[in-house]
Ligand binder design. Structure first.
Ligand code: FES
Length: 203
């Protein structure tokens, strides 16, 4: 049973329980009342019961429609991807596909890290500290799509020792920040996390 149907079943059980308890409560009360009062209370209860049953009916009809909008397991699997980074050597980059886009995973050298950290923010077109772009200094994970018009930049190229986009000449530094050329912003950092020391999950 999917979690959506489990929720729906719980709602129905709670509503039935509510109806039953309402019935018990009203029945106890009417025992001590005059005939007129009893009629009114029973009528109120019938209204409540009708609304509740109506709500259940609407829920039963609408829920499958809502549920089918939820991504199924295969779609969710595509939304995230786990990558083994244990084989990436120092100073090397691998490219993985995530949601149809290339993602660069770079294991940076100490020199690259120092270069990225020593840049003054005033020098940057899209000011961002290197620390704000990485979770661990050694690992730079970013979308490999030039922010100008979407070409894929080349690694270990350009005037800043990072990436170079040959389409119109954008240069990115060792943190993937735009330093020269028409690209307006830094290479994007996707959502990711370290599952353990050797695995990252993107998405
Ligand atoms: S698409 Fe990269 S510089 Fe134009």
């Amino acid at each position: 049973m999917s979690s959506s149907y489990a929720v729906l079943t719980t709602i129905i059980i709670l509503l039935v329980l509510f109806l039953y308890l309402s019935w018990v409560f009203v029945s106890i009360k009417v025992v001590d009342k005059e005939q007129k009062g009893e009629t009114t209370e029973r009528r109120d209860f019938l209204f409540t019961a009708s609304y509740a049953l109506g709500a259940v009916g609407v829920g039963v009809v609408v829920w499958p429609l809502i549920d089918q909008m939820n991504p199924d397991a295969s779609v969710k699997a595509l939304a995230t991807t786990e990558v083994d980074i244990s084989k990436i050597g120092l100073g090397k980059t691998i490219t993985v596909l995530w949601r149809g886009k290339p993602v660069f995973i770079r294991r940076r050298t100490q020199e690259e890290i120092s270069k990225a950290k020593n840049v003054q923010l005033e020098e940057l077109k899209d000011p961002q500290k290197d620390e704000d772009r990485v979770k661990k200094p050694e690992w730079l994970i970013m979308t490999g799509v030039c922010t100008h018009l979407g070409c894929v930049p080349l690694g270990d190229k350009g005037d800043f020792g990072g990436w170079f986009c040959p389409c119109h000449g954008s240069h990115y530094d060792t943190s993937g920040r735009i330093r020269k050329g028409p690209a307006p912003t830094n290479l994007e950092i996707p959502k990711y996390e370290f599952v353990d020391n050797n695995t990252i999950k993107i998405g």
